[in-house]
Design a protein around this ligand. Structure first.
Ligand SMILES: [Mg+2]
Length: 254
């Protein structure tokens, strides 16, 4: 992709904000919710997670297995998520500021796009949600079925990586732009799948108390923590107004 075709450069922004979705823009992880409540349950999922963390399994395979254990029709999965998944309480104000200040928000997610779109439209409004680029996995019907049939759908991965979605692939073309054309790149996330993305950006916001904080410390990736998007907004505002440098903002675990 050449610089002119990068979607987030269309408005010539000074800043681009890349972000994870589940557990970052939302309070809970929608895939964990579906697995725990409509699939094989939390105990099995946590056992699988421990295997991923210790390197015995790829996240991609666990994720596939988790979602395969759910045979609820896809539209009913979305309905359950709309009732149970909450938006980060600071996200609306952050989103409004980003729009008013020409900072594109790009969602990079290992989740499924129709779920992300439905939740964002529910909380922000259809037109507002449509302004955000979403790069994620998707969903497809199984042979002879519709996704809204019982046992009718499966996840379709974005790429061949062990995470199912290598988030660094999307950020790297921006990170590699010539210095005079390159916007400042931010990233927000909470989990292990965010680490590849984290290394590409200028400032990483890692959710306090989550796995990503520990990983950043181990891998020596500069970061700052956040509790909700009001923390992120305050820092991004200070940087945009020239009161704070990206370097000084990376205070680590505060
Ligand atoms: Mg997450």
């Amino acid at each position: 992709m050449g610089p002119t075709t990068l979607p987030a450069l269309q408005t010539n922004p000074k800043f681009i904000f890349f972000t994870d979705f589940d557990g970052t823009i939302t309070w809970q992880d929608s895939n964990d919710f579906l697995t725990d409540n409509l699939g094989y349950g939390a105990a099995e999922r946590k056992k699988g997670n421990a295997d991923v963390l210790s390197g015995r399994r790829h996240f991609r395979d666990l994720f596939h297995e988790m979602l395969d254990s759910i045979d609820t029709p896809f539209d009913q999965c979305i309905a359950a998520l709309l009732q149970n998944i909450q938006l980060d309480p600071g996200f609306r104000a952050f989103f409004d500021w980003a729009r008013a200040n020409n900072m594109p928000i790009v969602v990079l997610s290992g989740g499924m796009e129709p779920i992300i779109r439905a939740l964002l439209a529910h909380y922000l409004g259809e037109a507002e949600a449509a302004t955000m680029q979403i790069v994620s996995n998707n969903v497809a019907p199984l042979p002879g079925k519709s996704i809204n049939d019982k046992g009718g759908w499966k996840i379709v991965f974005h790429d061949d990586s062990g995470f199912g979605h290598d988030k660094s692939l999307e950020i790297r073309p921006y990170a590699n732009l010539p210095q005079d054309q390159r916007p400042v790149l931010f990233y927000a996330g909470d989990g292990v799948s965010d680490l590849s993305a984290a290394k590409e950006t200028d400032l990483l916001f890692a959710k306090a108390g989550r796995d990503l904080v520990t990983y950043c410390e181990t891998e020596h990736v500069p970061f700052t923590t956040f509790n909700d998007f009001s923390d992120i907004l305050a820092t991004v505002k200070d940087i945009a107004e020239g009161k704070l440098s990206v370097k000084d903002a990376a205070t680590g675990r505060k």
